[in-house]
Write a protein that binds this ligand. Structure first.
Ligand SMILES: Cc1cc2nc3c(=O)[nH]c(=O)nc-3n(C[C@H](O)[C@H](O)[C@H](O)COP(=O)(O)OP(=O)(O)OC[C@H]3O[C@@H](n4cnc5c(N)ncnc54)[C@H](O)[C@@H]3O)c2cc1C
Length: 397
C-alpha cells in the first residue's frame, strides 16, 4: 500500500528512481526482512542486487562511475530502503558518508583510487568516531596516530562501527596532537584500508559483532588499533588534512543527519501503512477498529507526522544541495523524523494489540529498530543543543 505524501514536486528522474527502488523493496526486501532480522544474518543477496542497481554510487560523480545524483534524490532513495528494512539503509549509510568525505575533502589521487570501486560497491565504506567512553563529546576521543618512519601508527579502541567487518575502507577520526587546545584542532581523519571480512590484519583486530536489540543483519563492531600503519597518502586530504579531521567529520555528519531523517521518514511511513491495513481488518465491538474514533485519531496523528517529517527532510536536503547553510534544518529534520519514527512505531504496535508483540508481525521488528534513530549521528538531546545554539547565533540581539 503506497501512502506517499509530500512529493508532488518530484522531478521525472526522481519519480523513476524512487519507483524503481520501491518495487525492489516490495519484491526483495519486505518479504525477507523478518527472516534476516530473526537470524541476525547479513543480507548478502540483497546487497549484491543493490550493487547491480548502482545504489552504492548514487551520489558519486559520473566521472568516477556513479550516478552523480544530489542529496535530495539520495534522501528519497534512503526513505524507500528504510521503509523496507532499516538495516539495508545501514549498509549504504556509512558508505555514503565515506564517499562524501572523499568527494569533498579527498585529494585527486584519493578520489581516483577509491571512488570508482566505491561506486560499484566493490569496496564499501564505514566511518568511525565513537569510542567506548566517548560518543556525543567527540573532542574527547582518546585514539591517536603518531608520526613514525614512513608514515603514521594508529592506536586506540573504536566502538559501534557500522559495517566494521565487511567494509574495505574505514574513515577513522583520531588525535594527531593530543595536547591541542582546543582539542578539535589536533584531530585528523585517516582512510584505513583493510580486507573486508577479515577480523585480524596487522595492527587491527575486529572483535565479534556487538549484540543489539534491533538493527540486525548489519554488523556493528569495535575496532582495536594496535600499531596500525598508514602512510601520508591515507590522511584525508593529504598532508594538508592534518588537524582538519574534526571539521571534515562534522561537515559529513550534517549530511548524515539528513540521511538519518530520511530513514526516520521510511520507518514512520511503513508504521502508518501497517496501522492503516490492520485497523481496517481487525474488528472489535462489531466494527473495524479504524472506525473507533480513538484509533482514527491515532492514524491522523501518524499521517501528519509522516508528512511533516518528510517535508522537513526534503527542505534540509534541498538547502544542502543548493549550498546553503543548513545546520539548523538538518538538526530539526533529524530530531523530528527520528522521534516520528519512534512514535509511529509505538502507535502502530498499540493498534496491532497483542499481535504487535508477536514476532509474526512486521511491526515488532520496526518497534525494535526505531530507537536507533534517536541515538546515531547525534542523540535527540544533542540535536536540541545544536538547534538551540544555532538559533541563538542566527537571532542574536
Ligand atoms: C547501532 C549503532 C550504530 C552506530 N554506528 C556508529 C558508526 O558507524 N560510527 C560511529 O562513529 N558511531 C556509531 N554509533 C555511535 C553513536 O553515534 C553514539 O552512540 C551516539 O553518538 C551517542 O554516544 P554515546 O552512546 O556515547 O552516548 P553519550 O554521549 O554517553 O550520551 C549518553 C546520554 O547522555 C546524553 N547527553 C550527552 N551529552 C549531553 C549534554 N551535553 N546535554 C544533554 N544530554 C547529553 C545523550 O543524549 C544520551 O542520552 C552507533 C551507535 C549505535 C547504537
Amino acid at each position: 500500500m503506497a501512502v506517499a505524501v509530500g512529493y508532488q514536486d518530484k522531478t521525472d528522474d526522481q519519480k523513476a528512481i524512487t519507483e524503481m527502488v520501491r518495487q525492489f523493496v516490495d519484491k526483495e526486501i519486505l518479504p525477507t526482512a523478518e527472516e534476516y532480522d530473526h537470524e541476525d544474518k547479513f543480507p548478502e543477496p540483497i546487497v549484491e542486487q543493490m550493487k547491480e542497481l548502482g545504489l552504492f554510487g548514487v551520489t558519486i560523480p559520473e566521472e568516477h562511475g556513479g550516478m552523480g545524483l544530489d542529496l535530495t534524490t539520495y534522501a528519497m532513495i534512503v526513505e524507500e530502503l528504510s521503509r523496507g528494512w532499516i538495516s539495508i539503509s545501514g549498509v549504504v549509510n556509512t558508505h555514503f558518508i565515506g564517499s562524501y568525505l572523499l568527494m569533498k575533502f579527498g585529494t585527486d589521487e584519493q578520489k581516483e583510487k577509491y571512488l570508482p570501486k566505491m561506486a560499484t560497491g566493490e569496496i564499501r565504506g564505514a566511518f568511525s568516531l565513537s569510542e567506548p567512553e566517548v560518543g556525543s563529546d567527540v573532542q574527547g576521543i582518546k585514539s591517536t596516530a603518531k608520526e613514525v618512519d614512513g608514515g603514521w601508527e594508529i592506536n586506540g579502541q573504536k566502538m559501534w562501527v557500522t559495517n566494521g567487518l565487511r567494509s574495505g575502507l574505514v574513515f577513522v577520526l583520531v588525535k594527531t596532537d593530543p595536547k591541542a587546545d582546543p582539542p578539535y584542532k589536533g584531530m585528523t581523519c585517516f582512510i584505513c584500508e583493510k580486507e573486508p571480512g577479515e577480523s585480524e590484519v596487522p595492527g587491527l583486530t575486529i572483535p565479534p559483532k556487538i549484540k543489539k536489540m534491533g538493527y540486525k543483519g548489519v554488523e556493528s563492531t569495535e575496532l582495536v588499533f594496535d600499531g596500525f600503519k598508514v602512510s601520508d597518502d591515507h590522511i584525508l586530504g593529504g598532508r594538508d588534512g592534518v588537524g582538519e579531521g574534526f571539521r571534515q567529520m562534522m561537515d559529513a555528519l550534517e549530511l548524515g543527519r539528513v540521511n538519518v531523517a530520511a530513514r526516520g521518514v521510511g520507518l514512520a511511513q511503513r508504521s502508518l501503512e501497517l496501522a492503516l491495513r490492520y485497523s481496517q481488518e481487525r474488528k472489535t465491538f462489531g466494527k473495524p477498529i479504524a472506525q473507533h474514533q480513538a484509533i482514527t485519531f491515532k492514524l491522523a496523528e501518524m499521517g501528519t507526522r509522516v508528512e511533516a517529517a518528510r517535508l522537513l527532510t526534503m527542505k534540509a536536503a534541498r538547502m544542502k544541495d543548493a549550498g546553503e547553510r543548513s545546520d539548523i534544518e538538518a538538526g530539526m529534520a533529524k530530531l523530528f523524523a527520528s522521534e516520528a519514527a519512534k512514535e509511529n512505531a509505538e502507535e502502530a504496535l498499540r493498534i496491532h494489540g497483542g499481535y504487535g508483540y508477536s514476532k509474526e508481525y512486521e511491526i515488532e521488528r520496526i518497534y525494535r529498530d526505531a530507537p536507533l534513530l534517536l541515538i546515531g549521528e547525534g542523540t535527540s538531546e544533542i540535536q536540541k543543543m545544536v538547534i538551540g545554539k544555532k538559533l541563538l547565533q542566527r537571532h542574536k540581539i
